[in-house]
Design a binder for this molecule. Structure first.
Ligand SMILES: Cc1ncc(C[n+]2csc(CCOP(=O)(O)OP(=O)(O)O)c2C)c(N)n1
Ligand SMILES: [Mg+2]
Length: 591
């Protein structure tokens, strides 16, 4: 029930805002209070039977948790912070949501309108700060605009190409009252410049694409996050299986097509498989669906897929021809387009790809994803592969930090379904994994949610262990602890003659800090994660040997609360294959 002041039959701005959250189906919000957002928190408290409010331990954690909800469900995630520092702590998470097209609403308290512009206590011009990193942004100036703006915010965040919307709410607007009888909770929107509806793909374009498929000898599907946002996985899989066209996925697209299917080429790009990159390079037809030709995929643009025809379908017209000229450009909804393509396809359109499959099978046999033998040390690739073996049949979600562990997870965990893989891909934000997993667990309380993290990334939002404990969120943390900022170490090794510059995570007087250690792992790793976890009330254990790892992992997975498994790994490993920045598939490093 809507909260009203019974005596006066009035409702304030904060109460209207919370009512709109409930009416849009938001079941949980991550919110950290402060002076400028207290009325909103009071309204949330009044409605606690209808919406769960979770207190993260840092606003950035709350923002990634909201993303976890959004990325795993497809619904809009909501986060709230107070003005000033609370609001600026959201900035990284907003930028992250923008680059990965995540539907999110960030609500910030703002100082009262009477003092805006006076450098008031905890005043930050959030709309100005966030202008370039949101899909849209608002500052509400009257209680009478609250319902409309919230309705628009949900609409904008979730339609077309999804993205984050900022709603800045001055405290006086939160407190301002109006008669309940005058509130329209489903008001008309006022968005004359925003038209996310796209026309259906033209029959002529369907014919052109099918003709290109029919004539192709070496076609490749290059699919990405756009297919996930559009819920197009099923149609895409149908199209891929019927035509027999192999599928390469971007890091955002993992799970669109089953990773365990023989026609999967797995990930492409900088740390993609050799066979996916070879296939794209040699393709005579590249079907680029819901992708943006990111530099981590293309390397040197002029050389990327230069031999073939390119079909590019995207919901965002600004992506078409942005990085790469398309021969058949289609501005449209990828799911609708695939439905049309599948419906129009006849047996005559199916190309004979036996030679192409033979060639790809050869590459797969010659260049499988692999790793060496490190004796009893627990290599990250092995740790992830074993996690996959133990959890592939379970209802599992995986979130990751950023670094080597992230790329190895993308390579060695095979996702068969969309929305199971949570990675800060465009912005590459360390600290993403734990809070994102927390949000996923909020939305899927019965599922297994694993955060595969690096020791550097994990420490960027380690405070969220408190939230896991206090909110009873049984997230499992597989910490691949190499005592280093491994990905930067790898680049030091490859491009800076191995010179260590602030990539060791232990004390500066340790020889490893200068790269002069013997490469072994110290008896006491730093920090003592097991004790930290204990301090937060989280069960934890450290493992160092391959022999004990599978059992320790199974023990964590079976545990019914949050758990941290601190896995000591070597730091000498490199993520391979690798196409160095700006280079081409011919420069691929295999070992
Ligand atoms: C917030 C942020 N700061 C810096 C970086 C640059 N960076 C990318 S990967 C990486 C190392 C990550 O270390 P860790 O989390 O331990 O993962 P590992 O590579 O060791 O698996 C760094 C510093 C980043 N991506 N994000
Ligand atoms: Mg590390």
């Amino acid at each position: 029930m809507t909260t009203v002041d019974k005596a006066t039959q009035t409702i304030n701005g904060a109460q209207i805002l919370v009512e709109m959250l409930v009416r849009h189906g938001t079941e949980a919000i991550y919110a950290y209070p402060g002076g400028a957002s207290m009325p909103l928190h009071q309204a949330l408290r009044e409605q606690r039977d209808r919406i769960r409010t979770i207190l993260p331990r840092h606003e950035q954690g709350g923002c990634f948790a909201a993303q976890g909800i959004a990325r795993s469900t497809g619904k809009v995630g909501v986060v709230m912070g107070t003005s000033g520092p609370g609001a600026t702590n959201l900035v990284t998470g907003i930028a992250d949501a923008k680059l990965d097209s995540v539907p999110m609403i960030a609500i910030t308290g703002q100082v009262p309108q009477a003092v805006i512009g006076s450098d008031a206590f905890q005043e930050t011009p959030m709309v100005e700060v966030c202008r370039a990193i949101t899909k849209h942004h608002y500052m509400i100036t009257s209680v009478r605009d609250v319902a409309r703006i919230m309705k628009e915010a949900y609409y904008i965040a979730s339609t077309g190409r999804p993205g984050p919307v900022l709603v800045d709410v001055p405290k006086d607007v939160q407190l301002e009252v109006m008669p309940l009888s005058e509130v329209d909770f489903d008001p008309p929107m006022n968005l004359p410049g925003y038209r996310p509806q796209v026309r259906a793909i033209a029959p002529e374009q369907v014919r052109q694409i099918l003709a290109a498929v029919r004539r192709s000898k070496r076609p490749v599907l290059y699919v990405g996050g756009g297919c996930i946002h559009a819920e197009a996985s099923e149609e895409l899989t149908k199209f891929a299986l019927r035509t027999g066209i192999p599928v390469a996925m971007t890091v955002m697209g993992l799970g669109v097509f089953p990773g365990t299917h023989p026609n999967s080429l797995h990930m492409l790009g900088m740390h993609g498989t050799v066979y996916s990159n070879y296939a794209v390079e040699q393709s005579d037809l590249l079907l680029a669906f819901g992708v943006r030709f990111d530099d981590r995929v293309t390397g040197k643009l002029e050389e990327f897929a230069k031999h073939g025809k390119i079909v590019h379908i995207d919901i965002d017209p600004s992506e078409i021809h942005k990085n790469k000229e398309a021969h058949i450009p289609v501005h449209g909804d990828i799911k609708q387009a695939l439905v049309a393509l599948n419906a129009a396809m006849t047996d005559e359109d199916i190309p004979d790809l036996s030679e192409w499959h033979h060639q790809i099978a050869g590459w797969k046999a010659k260049f499988p994803l692999s790793y060496g033998d490190a004796g009893d040390a627990i290599q990250q690739q092995y740790a992830i592969e074993e996690l996959w073996r133990q959890t592939q049949k379970m209802d599992t979600y995986i979130a990751v930090g950023v670094g080597q562990h992230q790329m190895w997870s993308a390579q060695f965990y095979k996702f068969d379904k969309p929305r199971r893989w949570m990675s800060s891909s465009g912005l590459g934000t360390m600290g993403f994994g734990l809070p994102c997993a927390m949000g996923v667990q909020t939305a899927h309380p019965k599922s297994l949610v694993v955060d595969i993290d690096g020791d550097g990334s994990f420490q960027m939002n380690i405070q969220e262990l408190a939230t896991l404990y206090c909110e009873k969120l049984p997230v499992k943390i597989l910490l691949l602890n190499n005592q280093h900022l491994g990905m930067v170490v790898q680049w030091e090794d490859r491009f800076m003659s191995g010179r260590r510059a602030h990539t060791y995570l232990g004390p500066v007087d340790h020889p490893e800090a200068l790269g002069e250690g013997d490469g072994s792992m110290p008896e006491q790793t730093f920090p003592n994660f097991v004790r930290i976890a204990e301090g937060y009330g989280i069960k934890s254990r450290q493992v160092r040997s391959k022999a004990e790892y599978p059992k320790a992992l199974a023990e964590m997975l079976a545990y019914d609360g949050p758990y941290l498994l601190d896995v000591i790994c070597p730091y000498q490993e490199h993520v391979l294959p690798m196409i160095p920045s700006g280079k081409t598939v011919r420069d691929i490093i295999v070992e």
